[in-house]
Design a protein around this ligand. Structure first.
Ligand code: GDD
Length: 380
């Protein structure tokens, strides 16, 4: 049997895009043919228990490191090598190329014949820093393939690799579960619960961090309200930027038109997308390119739900939108552009329906996990 050791810091129950990527792919591989070596979510008793509960429900074996952050230290490398031997794995998949891909030569020496490292947004950020570029170069030399999300991340990461390692890169983007995210996913019940029935709703689903641009949405709201007076901005998700965003809503005078749900359970997520008329997340690149969007699964989840999408122009986010067909791309720092596109969509039900339907069809054609998992199987 051909077995793969998946080595990753990013695995549920910790939330996030890379975690969703890894888990959805793992679920589509043969459970008898994979072993996952991952960090523990949180050190607290609650975190350890939630991690154990999650692992017990998986059809494959998950081995947790006691730390909350796996780093390519001698101890972690030894543990990965011994898992590789113990389970007879011939392939390794690093869930994120940086930094764990630095363990590749040691795992090859331990018997791995095929090593794949997946890159996300942060590897493109690493490619901006001289010291980190050297590490990426080593990761490229030690692995068989570094995968990339789209042209933005490919070109940035390739610039740090040897020509030969760059030529071995293969595209592997995340996908969407089109059966979970679909039109009619229960949005009416969420609207009713929040008292938003019959009001135009702009929904944003994401961690609350500055890059995602919930602040731009709040700053755009006065101009949207001037054109579509009853609009509500529904901000779904949790994160460190929450208090700043609430304060900004107060200062901008739009607090009454903004609802924060906080983080929601996975099972509740499709209905929260469904509660929107328009999905908007005007993400922007920060810190000189270090903090950049790799793609944005949320745009695809919104399209799968049948919503038109307003995306920011950070990194690879434009790859998740067909401009003018499934939605619009705006400059992430521009509240004026964001307001204009959002209001245009709110005022035009026909345009919304057309873009939503095109987005749904695009996800079915191009972004289904099942299709993308086949590509990963070939690589492994
Ligand atoms: N359950 C739950 N609850 N899920 C949430 C919540 C919440 O409150 N908020 C966000 N999510 C989920 C979204 O539904 C989505 O599946 C995921 O978390 C976020 O994924 P991305 O939009 O892709 O953003 P990211 O910054 O976490 O992910 C990074 O890696 C991705 C994969 O390579 C970025 O670089 C992305 O651009 C990239 O697509």
């Amino acid at each position: 049997m051909h077995k793969t050791l998946i080595v990753t810091n990013d695995f549920p129950p910790r939330p996030g895009g890379i975690q969703a990527f890894l888990h959805n792919m793992a679920l589509r591989l043969d459970p008898a043919e994979i072993v996952v070596y991952a960090s523990t979510w949180k050190r607290s008793r609650e975190g350890v228990e939630a991690t154990a509960r999650f692992d017990a429900e998986q059809p494959f074996r998950v081995v947790r490191d006691r730390t909350t952050m796996l780093l390519p230290t001698p101890r972690v490398t030894r543990r990965a090598a011994s898992l590789l031997r113990e389970h007879g794995c011939s392939s390794v998949w690093f869930g994120a190329a940086a930094p764990l891909g630095l363990m590749a030569p040691a795992l090859r020496a331990a018997g791995a014949r095929r090593i794949v490292a997946t890159s996300h947004g942060h590897e493109a950020g690493w490619a901006q820093l001289p010291a980190a570029r050297q590490l990426l170069r080593r990761i490229g030399e030690g692995t068989d393939t570094i995968t990339y999300l789209g042209e933005y991340t490919r070109s940035r990461i390739a610039s740090a690799l040897t020509r030969e390692a760059a030529a071995r890169m293969v595209q592997l983007p995340p996908g969407v579960d089109e059966k979970t995210f679909h039109p009619g996913s229960g949005g009416d019940a969420v609207r009713a619960r929040l008292g938003l029935t019959d009001r135009p709703v702009v929904v944003c689903v994401s961690r609350l961090v500055p890059r995602k641009g919930q602040d731009t949405l709040i700053r755009a709201l006065p101009a949207v309200l001037a054109r579509v007076p009853d609009t509500v901005l529904l901000i779904v998700g949790g994160g460190p930027y929450a208090a700043d965003l609430r304060k900004l809503a107060e200062e901008t005078g739009v607090a009454a038109s903004v609802r924060f749900t906080g983080p929601v359970e996975w099972a509740e997520l499709p209905a929260h997308y469904g509660a929107g008329d328009v999905f908007a997340m005007p993400c922007r690149t920060r810190r000189g390119g270090l903090d950049v969007e790799g793609l944005g699964i949320v745009y695809l989840e919104a399209s799968a739900t049948g919503l038109p999408v307003v995306a920011g122009d950070s990194g690879g986010a434009p790859d998740a939108v067909l401009e003018g067909e499934t939605g619009f791309v705006v400059r992430g720092e521009s509240a004026a552009e964001t307001a204009d596109r959002v209001a245009t969509l709110l005022l035009d039900p026909e345009l919304r329906a057309r873009m939503g339907a095109r987005g749904r069809a695009w996800v079915e054609e191009r972004w289904r996990w099942d299709l993308l998992a086949e590509r990963l199987k070939d690589l492994l």
